[in-house]
Design a protein around this ligand. Structure first.
Ligand code: HEC
Length: 127
C-alpha cells in the first residue's frame, strides 16, 4: 500500500472534526438530562390545575391522605415534597391511572402536558 502524502493530515482533520462534533453534542445531551426550567415551570402550573386538589398539603386532600397511609409516613404524603418519584410512576398515575386515583385522558392532559408534569415532579429537590 502506498500512502499518498497528506493522508496523515487528512486523518487528523477527520479526528479533529469528530472531536469537535462530540464537544458540540455533549452539552446538548447534558442539557436534555437536566430539568428544563421552562418545562418544569409549565409542569407546576399543570400540577396546580389538575393535581393539587387531591395532592396538596393540609387536610381535605384525598391523594395526600391516601399516600400518607400507603407509606405509613415513611415518605411525605404531599407529592411535591417527594424526591423519589420516577417518570414511569408519574406517567402511570396519569395514564392508565393507579388504584384510587382517576386516570386522565389525552383530551384532559395531552402528552406534552404530561411530559411537563413529569419533568416538574421528578426533578423536585434536584438541581
Ligand atoms: C381525585 C383525586 C386525585 C387527583 C385529581 C390526582 N390524584 Fe394522584 N393519587 C390520588 C390517590 C387517592 C392516590 C393514591 C393511590 C394509591 O393508593 O396508591 C394517588 C397517587 C398518585 C401517585 C402515586 C404515588 C406513589 O408513590 O404511589 C402519583 C405519582 C400521582 N398520584 C400523581 C398525580 C398527578 C401527576 C396528578 C395530576 C395530573 C394526580 N395525581 C391527580 C388521587 C388523585
Amino acid at each position: 500500500m502506498t500512502r499518498k502524502p497528506g493522508m496523515r493530515t487528512r486523518l487528523w482533520q477527520c479526528a479533529a472534526a469528530w472531536l469537535l462534533g462530540l464537544a458540540a453534542v455533549g452539552p446538548a445531551f447534558a442539557a436534555n438530562r437536566a430539568a428544563d426550567p421552562n418545562l418544569a415551570r409549565q409542569g407546576k402550573a399543570e400540577f396546580d390545575h389538575h393535581c393539587e386538589s387531591c395532592h396538596g398539603a393540609g387536610p381535605g386532600h384525598p391523594g395526600t391522605q391516601a399516600l400518607r397511609v400507603k407509606y405509613q409516613d415513611s415518605k411525605p404524603g404531599v407529592l411535591e415534597e417527594r424526591t423519589d418519584l420516577s417518570p414511569a410512576l408519574v406517567q402511570r398515575a396519569i395514564r392508565p391511572g393507579i388504584d384510587g386515583m382517576p386516570s386522565f385522558s389525552k383530551s384532559e392532559i395531552s402528552d406534552a402536558q404530561m411530559a411537563a408534569i413529569v419533568a416538574y415532579l421528578t426533578h423536585l429537590g434536584k438541581s
